[in-house]
Design a binder for this molecule. Structure first.
Ligand code: ADP
Length: 153
């Protein structure tokens, strides 16, 4: 089975994330959207809320699962027996950042290679980030345009 983990904070999930997963669905037998939980980090939405938003966004997609993890993404992948990490690329700074992480992950998984697969963001969604969405929510703006319908605060 070809399974990919799509790791991230998803605080909250945006239509940019949704776009990447929707386009990856035909490429894999299953996609696990894995919410990385970092105890040092402050989130706007609780883990339960973030999970619910994602679950409800992908109700129509039987091959998309939601899970959460603490620690390194590669350790999570190993624990689930997954060989692919899915990431989205919006711009050159995403590329530089993701390149370093992906190459590090390759070094750390020489025994059982985990490949990172990148999809380019659709042009119309390349400007969207969870941090901008949080800013809009904080100041009472129209965040609904940037998130799946399941995300309502
Ligand atoms: P992280 O904290 O790991 O950056 P995010 O939830 O912000 O987590 O992002 C998870 C993944 O989704 C990353 O690969 C990121 O590049 C991608 N991503 C974020 N926003 C978008 C977007 N607007 N379009 C496509 N991919 C995106």
């Amino acid at each position: 089975m070809r399974v990919a983990v799509f790791p991230g904070s998803f605080d909250p999930i945006t239509i940019g994330h949704f776009d990447i997963v929707e386009r990856a669905v035909p490429l894999f037998d299953k996609i696990i959207i894995a919410i990385g939980q970092n105890s040092q980090k402050k989130y706007m939405f609780s883990l339960e809320q973030r999970k619910e938003f994602i679950k409800n966004s992908f109700k129509q997609f039987p091959n998309v699962e939601v899970d959460s993890f603490e620690g390194l993404t590669i350790d999570y992948c190993r624990s689930r027996g997954v060989n692919f990490i899915l990431r989205g690329l919006r711009n050159p700074s995403d590329f530089e950042f993701e390149k370093a992480i992906a190459q590090t992950n390759r070094e750390l998984t020489q025994d059982n290679k985990i490949e990172t697969i990148f999809l380019l963001t659709s042009a119309s969604k390349a400007f969207i980030s969870s941090s901008i969405v949080r800013e809009i929510i904080t100041f009472g703006g129209n965040y609904e345009l940037l998130v799946p319908d399941a995300v309502r605060v």
